[in-house]
Design a protein around this ligand. Sequence first.
Ligand SMILES: [Mn+2]
Length: 417
Amino acid sequence: MQPFRFVHAADLHIDSPFRGLRDVDKRVGERLRQSTFEAFNNMINLCIDEQVDFLVIAGDIYDGADRSVRAQLRFRDGMRRLSEAGISVYIVHGNHDPLDGWLSAVSWPEGVHIFGAEPEWKTVELNGEPLAAIQGVSFPTREVRENLVARFETPDSNSPFTIGLLHTNVGGNPDHDNYAPCSLDDLRLTALDYWALGHVHTRQTLRRQSPAVVYPGNIQGRHPNETGPRGCMMVDVSEEGSINTRFHALDVVRWEPTDVDISEITSIDKLEDAIEQKLDDLAVKAEGRDVICSLTLSGRGSMHHELARQGAVEDLLTELRATASEAPWVWVERIYDRTRPEIDLDSRSEADDFLGATLRTAAKALDDKEGVQELAQVVGEVFTGRKNGLPAPTDDQLRGWTAEARWQLAELLEPEE
Ligand SMILES: [Mn+2]
């Protein structure tokens, strides 16, 4: 067979509104609203520059079922550029852009194929020879609870390289809606060569071969939990049919968490310096992209009291934003203050006084099962004892609160230490 190359992308979410971001400045908001369009253009450029044979898109092209006209026209423009370059495109729709949400009529250029609600085969040809056979199916409606893999046909023995194109939640990933659920075994048992999947936004290769099972992730991060590089997979298939995948970043704004340890820092200006150093590091790592950062301050030290003062963290945030550089910028989206006072809880809990005794009781709840159960009894009533009671807290929650309460108590009772 002839060797060939294709791009596998998914979850473009073109024209995501980024509504959830409060008090973002105008420049950042504008950039974010453009970001999904730009990442999409980067994908089209990549396909043309790398002279791929075809492109497959595994659903969620548009962010909403009420696809914006702007998103549809921009997408159509990208398809035209690929068509002119002789690159064919194979598309399925997912839960964000199901077939029943499609309202405007768009005339697609030659070489664009959109799969319908029943799986079908499409053959990609080069110089009159079949390169690959692609089987795909679109979501007819948003909430698909059926395992769509069961409806895929097994290829016959003289098929070329085969690709399954599907929007699905493999193995019940709890971070995503459980639409068109299937198991890795379901996919493994099909006789296809490559499963081009979409839906899970974090890039992952679930199997390398026979068949390869790949989520390329989304092309542009859309919130603080979609961190790091986002893009698509470039897939090379050799003459022998072996598969080589390479990730290509397409994102234009990157979400990154960072952490500054305060334990060696003794003044607020030194703290600002340390933070700015971390932000500079993020800018370098992002290679010219803009960065939105969530900053966690951690560690035990004297800066804890300074930060605990009313308005101190907000002031610091305002200052960091005011001094942010011109493009490319690093925008601090939020500061989490996880710092602790300088108290040594272990040695303090040995003292024969009220605080020592309380800390020892708390340690018991943290360390052994009985202690947690005792705590659950005392605290549980607050949750379950009322009308329309809340669900009882888990052991992990109880332990987390206890750990936090120890610090607060120690600080209240020993403010001078
Ligand atoms: Mn999606």
